[in-house]
Design a protein around this ligand. Sequence first.
Ligand SMILES: NC(=O)c1ccc[n+]([C@@H]2O[C@H](COP(=O)([O-])OP(=O)(O)OC[C@H]3O[C@@H](n4cnc5c(N)ncnc54)[C@H](OP(=O)(O)O)[C@@H]3O)[C@@H](O)[C@H]2O)c1
Length: 330
Amino acid sequence: MSEPIRWGILATGGIAGAFARAMPFVPDSTLVAVGSRTPERAQVFGQQYGIPHRHGSYEALAADPEVDVVYVASPHAFHAEHAALCLEHGKAVLCEKAFTINAAEARRLVATARNAKRFLMEALYTRHLPLIKEVKQRVDAGQIGEVRMVTANRCSRGAFNPADRHMNLALGGGSLLDVGIYVLSFAAMFLGVRPQHVHGVGHLGETGADEHGALALGYENGAVASLTFGLRTKNVDDARILGTEGMILIDAPFWGATRATIRMADGAEEFIERPIEGNGLNYEAAEVVRCLREGEVESPDMPLDDSVALMEVMDAVRRSWGLVYPNDAG
Ligand SMILES: NC(=O)c1ccc[n+]([C@@H]2O[C@H](COP(=O)([O-])OP(=O)(O)OC[C@H]3O[C@@H](n4cnc5c(N)ncnc54)[C@H](OP(=O)(O)O)[C@@H]3O)[C@@H](O)[C@H]2O)c1
């Protein structure tokens, strides 16, 4: 039996803690390192989660020879820089969503990974959940016929703080990149990453970041998607896949789904339940481990070209809103 895959976590915020708590549920893995902008935070986080290597800079984490793969959990504006830093030091990288700020950054990051022949994947954990994988298999097998419509919502109401990553443009704030990516990625699983028509409306709040929005997508085969997302307004976050022979209704929250109902045109119903072990982040990490063990530098469940294409869609939507990030300057 070989040694387990050695993980490092870059940043010590909310999701970094959730990922550390997910690690005991990831097969064939051990959490060995954390990197923070400050040694004090690395110490506190390391102590809290029993992590032996506590680095006071991201550079030191990236250079740690005892780390195989780094989970990048910094704000959106720094994903491209931090993921590239780790790849350039020979690490595999699991990079939080949104992959980058724009498609230009995404293309450069993908080129860095491919040139270095290192593993890279965007962390969209919903895709890897057992229920969502089962739904995808059933749709691909034709159980509900040809998919004609997808609807999905991903909306929450958080406290308003103009400085934190949700609403601060300098950190890549805004609901499209933060939660819109979930519904966009979900539609892409069933309808593809390249809609022919993209119409988006969004409300830009007082910081200039979008607080909520809606997307209407049209595909070459005639299928459509209707998606909502927001950070200042709660919704029922369910999702539906509507086909010519039936529909699949995924209970809220679809992004952490465990239950769905398949309802056929003749009225027959099937209920599917697939519980989540851990907090769910462990499934995306398990997919990274599988890829590393099998020598794959990309996951077929979240291909890099799809991450780039999804950034292109979000670029187009933002362009229509006049929403520009500091990173867009180059
Ligand atoms: N999969 C999910 O369900 C999920 C849920 C929430 C968030 N996320 C994603 O995870 C990422 C981080 O989100 P979060 O909620 O964990 O954010 P957060 O709580 O604000 O933490 C971000 C961390 O990034 C580091 N950082 C580096 N430069 C920073 C800067 N200039 N300002 C602030 N922090 C900076 C900090 O760690 P150090 O000070 O230690 O360096 C900070 O603790 C985002 O990409 C977000 O979209 C995913």
